[in-house]
Design a binder for this molecule. Structure first.
Ligand code: C2E
Ligand code: MG
Ligand code: MG
Ligand code: MG
Length: 275
């Protein structure tokens, strides 16, 4: 009896696992196809100076225009693209597309400030990021000093020596570097002084918690640390004016969030921005 129950259980699990594995494989294949057919588009969200309210930059955020499912947000596919390696091609496309857009804006005298592009861990570690970057700069004619790469702690932590080397090469092109989602991952504070970075973006979770005392103190500590190392601080995920007041009072230079502007397609972004 026990044996057959166990067997049923086993069958149950394999069935569930198969379904999950199948779903995942389908998603992987669909993603691969999507990259070939360029079913992606970029949305842009403004980054503002916390004091003057002036737009100082825009972050490019990828969306998948799925033929059946409609607009799919990155949380539903970036991890899979990362694990399957598709991120290398997708990431290169994102960088090129975003730079083309910046060049177009600038050509039309629409000043959006710097362009921030997310780079995944795998893209940084094995995606020939330097070669891609140089190639994109050559092909689009984008001014590299108007460009910022957003990297995560986990990308930089994998191989310190490699990270320092690549970051220095990126910096020598004039491209800025920011650490995204700071405080959410496994961080060794020691690397902050070793890595040539320009800014950190405080993880949204801390901003969400405002005005709680705990989150205030954490943000305060992050800002003190950043400033003592000469880094700028961006607060992400600002949704209320109270949160905006808080991060401004704490000394955050820049802010980003739904309160100040949601990610929108380039067309809408240009129309929205007061330039
Ligand atoms: P992220 O780089 O930290 O980007 C910020 C995310 O927070 C975006 O979500 C943005 O829409 C959202 N957000 C901004 N302000 C607010 C707010 O006030 N409230 C809330 N609740 N959310 C806000 P999105 O576009 O869904 O992207 C999620 C993540 O996917 C990004 O987080 C980034 O890690 C990744 N991602 C997006 N585009 C790319 C890309 O082109 N390449 C790579 N490698 N990753 C990307
Ligand atoms: Mg980002
Ligand atoms: Mg972030
Ligand atoms: Mg994130």
């Amino acid at each position: 009896y026990a044996k057959s129950a166990g067997k049923n259980n086993f069958q149950f699990y394999t069935k569930a696992m198969n379904a999950k594995a199948m779903e995942r494989m389908e998603l992987e294949n669909a993603l691969h196809r999507a990259v070939r057919q360029t079913q992606f588009e970029l949305h842009y969200q403004p980054i503002l100076d916390s004091r003057s309210g002036a737009m100082v930059g825009v972050e490019a955020l990828v969306r998948w225009q799925h033929p059946e499912r409609g607009l799919v947000l990155p949380d539903a596919f970036i991890n899979i693209a990362e694990e399957s390696g598709t991120i290398k091609v997708l990431g290169a496309w994102v960088l090129r597309r975003a730079c083309q857009q910046l060049v177009t804006w600038e050509r039309h005298h629409q000043r959006v400030g710097r362009l921030a592009v997310n780079i995944s861990a795998r893209q940084f570690v094995e995606g020939h990021i330097l070669q891609t970057l140089r190639d994109v700069v050559d092909r689009t004619g984008v001014d590299p000093t108007h460009l910022e790469l957003e990297l995560t702690e986990s990308a930089l932590m994998q191989d310190h020596r490699y990270s320092v080397e690549v970051l220095e090469a990126i910096k020598s092109l004039g491209v800025r570097v920011a650490i995204d989602d700071f405080g959410s991952g496994y961080s060794s504070l020691n690397y902050l002084k070793k890595f040539p970075i320009d800014a950190i973006k405080i993880d949204q979770a801390f901003v969400k918690g405002l005005p709680s005392q705990e989150d205030k103190r954490i943000i305060q500590a992050i800002i003190a640390l950043a400033h003592s190392l000469g880094l700028k601080v961006v607060a992400e995920g600002v949704e209320t004016s109270l949160q905006l007041e808080c991060v401004r009072a704490l000394g955050c230079e820049e802010v980003q969030g739904f309160l100040l502007g949601k990610p929108v397609p380039a067309q809408q972004f240009a129309a929205q921005a007061v330039l």
